[in-house]
Ligand binder design. Structure first.
Ligand SMILES: *Cc1c(COP(=O)(O)O)cnc(C)c1O
Length: 421
């Protein structure tokens, strides 16, 4: 693709963008009385205007119906998770039986590990990326210890090669091969939060399966960002949060995927609760847990309606826009972002930045820039000029435009501000 570094050109890209009107469905924060250049949709997505209506409906039903809202509400609370399943399944490329919205991300991963990390004396190791998101490190550590194993023996982290910032796909495949007889689980993120590297979920899963190992993924930065085909790729399990690219509000509800081959498997161990019980007999209040078929059987508690209503409204926007259109625009936005950053680097020798996010297809809609020891000053300059970006210790600035509400003009403006540093 050849781009031009001008506002005219960016405006032209915007007028050709079939998703451009979705920007009006969001509130974009202001800085100094001006709409910001919001590049942290990978951290907390902007608020959909529909969130207000959605929450008002539930408040009204609660106010006017009390407990009766479970059956007589506009969206009867009793069945609430069902209202989100189909739209959630679409964005991860899964079947509804494989998908449920529930709890939050880290808690969900623990529940999934209970079922899918089943270490034995011979096969107890987990392969994961080095420098995973802290919650993932802690959850893996605690699971390994919980099963009575030792961290140094049981956790294998795949690292970048010397002098590189991201992990070679071949090294992941080779590490699985090397440890194949001792592995209990292959566990990666879909998009690495720090570097923005997209892991090849399909091939990692294939390799794990070829070695008789389960493959699970944390899709926090992948969902709503990159194309996912969890069913087609035969991924065993996955979980994600909804407040990043899915714009469903701070700390909002998460979701899980469990491959259909486990849908009727009542023998898998799991930590159960009443909401995972077979729906027809849930209210018989009897002893003896009978799991619902599919991912729903991993539910524990009843629906957190006040956060799920926002997620529901947001998923409806995704359904309207079409996930293929969103990922296609994300790719183009990100390519333009790369271009304007390179233009700024060429024009301004004061900028000491290195893009560490690998090229497409190993990237989604995020670019991580490694800075020098003065990086924080550059970051503060960007903030002062109306750019909401993200600083990650020790020295990375992450910028992530979002297909549903970022414009090419935003990206152009960002490049312009960067160039003038
Ligand atoms: C954002 C993020 C989390 C956050 O977990 P919560 O349980 O939602 O607080 C976990 N893992 C990864 C990879 C993330 O990017």
């Amino acid at each position: 693709m050849t781009f031009e570094n001008s506002l005219n050109y960016a405006n032209q890209l915007d007028s050709n963008d079939i998703l451009r009107h979705f920007r009006n469905e969001f509130y974009i924060p202001e800085v100094n009385g001006k709409t910001s250049i919001y590049l942290t949709g990978n951290s907390l997505g902007c608020m959909p205007k529909a969130a207000e209506t959605a929450i008002q409906i539930e408040f009204n039903d609660w106010k006017n119906l009390g407990v009766e809202g479970h059956f007589k509400g506009t969206n009867p609370w009793m069945y609430y998770h069902h209202f989100l399943t189909d739209n959630a399944a679409k964005i991860i490329g899964a079947k509804p039986i494989e998908t449920v919205v529930m709890n939050q991300l880290s808690s969900n991963l623990h529940f999934l590990f209970v079922s899918f990390y089943r270490p034995t004396a011979k096969r107890h190791k987990i392969i994961m990326e080095v420098g995973a998101f802290p919650s993932d490190m802690y959850l893996v550590e605690s699971q390994v210890k919980y099963h009575g194993f030792n961290l140094a023996d049981s956790i294998i982290e795949v690292k970048p090669r010397k002098g590189e910032h991201t992990i070679s796909h071949q090294d992941i495949i080779d590490t699985i091969e090397e440890h194949q007889n001792e592995l209990a689980l292959v566990y990666f993120s879909g998009v690495q939060y720090y570097t923005g590297q997209v892991f090849n979920i399909k091939e990692i899963t294939e390799k794990a399966h070829a070695c008789g190992v389960i493959a699970g993924f944390d899709l926090a930065h992948a969902v709503g960002n990159i194309e996912l085909k969890l069913n087609e790729w035969h991924v065993d399990f996955a979980a994600w949060c909804s407040y990043k690219y899915l714009n469903s509000g701070p700390g909002s509800v998460g979701g899980i995927y469990v491959n259909e081959k486990y849908a009727n498997d009542d023998t898998l161990p799991r930590f159960a609760g009443w909401w995972g019980h077979d729906e027809d007999s849930r209210f018989k209040m009897l002893k003896g847990f009978i799991p619902s078929k599919g991912a729903q059987g991993w539910q524990v508690s009843n629906a957190a309606v006040l956060s799920m209503c926002v997620h529901k409204a947001s998923l409806e926007i995704f359904a309207k826009a079409g996930i293929e259109n969103i990922t296609a625009k994300g790719k183009q936005l990100n390519a333009y972002l790369q271009y304007v950053i390179e233009e700024a680097l060429n024009a301004n020798p004061k900028l000491n930045l290195q893009i560490i996010t690998p090229d497409y297809p190993e990237r989604g809609c995020q670019i991580s820039m490694l800075t020098d020891e003065n990086g924080k000053a550059l970051f503060d300059y960007l903030t002062d000029h109306g750019v909401i970006a993200d600083w990650r210790n020790p020295n990375v600035i992450r910028v992530a435009p979002v297909a549903l509400y970022s414009s090419f003009a935003d990206v152009f403006e960002f490049g312009h501000i960067l160039k003038n540093y």
